[in-house]
Design a binder for this molecule. Structure first.
Ligand code: PEP
Length: 254
């Protein structure tokens, strides 16, 4: 089954308005119309409108980095999926920084996923283990819990759904998982999805790797059979490196 590779750029809490607009303009110039790969950028929330304006009519999608599940009300500082839906088509849900810095639970991640899917947006559903969890042999249990709690009451899983496997020990550390570890863990994730939704859904599910991906390692990671994309943090902040990653991904999967 052919899965369209997908590369997401997670800018996190970086870039003021002018550098953000400059980066969006540069990415439109270098990546619009790229064949064989879906490209999405996720700027900080205040720049989502700028991103949607600058990228309108291009092949580059816009995503939010977070969402709240309530549609409206007395929730100071939160942004609902309903508000995002008019501006973006993608939302990162369950990023490890949300889970570990902001203590977001798997149950909350599930509410966010349900809300995002309910409004027809594409989540990047991020899961990943801590270093001590990998070292003590608990990776599969941790991923299984994050995935299965995240999938509660989600029926069916839409075709082409995106799971982002992001080992926490590899995020922002320069310690990229080896292609072998990334491949094996993405295959394990696909098996968990198959156990929950069946083989056909698992085969159609797109699994990204994230964690210190860069222009040098992107091709090697993307040539692994169960890696269908990359979620990129630091290297998404420069047009040159993000463009090179997207082009390497497109080349690796032809
Ligand atoms: C991320 O934030 O999702 C990420 C993978 O970051 P980095 O590429 O910087 O490790």
């Amino acid at each position: 089954m052919a899965r369209t590779p997908i590369i997401g750029g997670n800018w996190k809490l970086n870039l003021g308005r002018t550098p953000a607009r400059d980066l969006l303009t540069a990415l439109r110039a270098s990546l619009d119309g790229i064949a064989g790969v879906e490209v999405v950028v996720c700027p900080p929330a205040p720049w989502l409108g700028d991103a949607a304006d600058i990228l309108r009519g291009s092949s580059i999608g816009v995503g939010a980095q977070n969402v709240y599940w309530q549609p409206q009300g007395a929730f100071t500082g939160e942004v609902s999926a309903a508000l995002l839906a008019g501006v973006v088509d993608y939302v990162i849900v369950g990023h490890s920084e949300r889970r570990h810095v902001f203590h977001e639970t798997a149950e909350e991640t599930n509410k966010k996923l349900q809300t995002v899917l309910g409004l027809g947006m594409q989540p990047f559903f991020a899961v990943g283990e801590l270093r001590e969890e990998r070292e003590s042999g608990r990776t599969n249990d941790v991923l299984k819990r994050q995935l299965l709690v995240g999938f509660t009451d989600i029926e069916p899983l839409p075709e082409g759904f995106v799971v982002a496997y992001e080992p926490v020990w590899a995020i922002g550390t320069g310690l990229t998982a080896t292609p072998e570890i990334a491949q094996q863990t993405c295959a394990d994730i696909r098996a968990i999805v198959a156990g929950r939704y069946g083989e056909a859904t698992a085969e159609a599910c797109r699994i990204q790797y994230g964690g210190s991906a860069n222009a040098e390692n992107a091709g090697n990671l993307m040539s692994q059979p169960d890696i269908d994309g990359l979620l990129v943090g630091g290297a998404a902040l420069q047009a040159e490196s993000f463009t090179a990653i997207c082009k390497a991904a497109a080349a690796a999967t032809v």
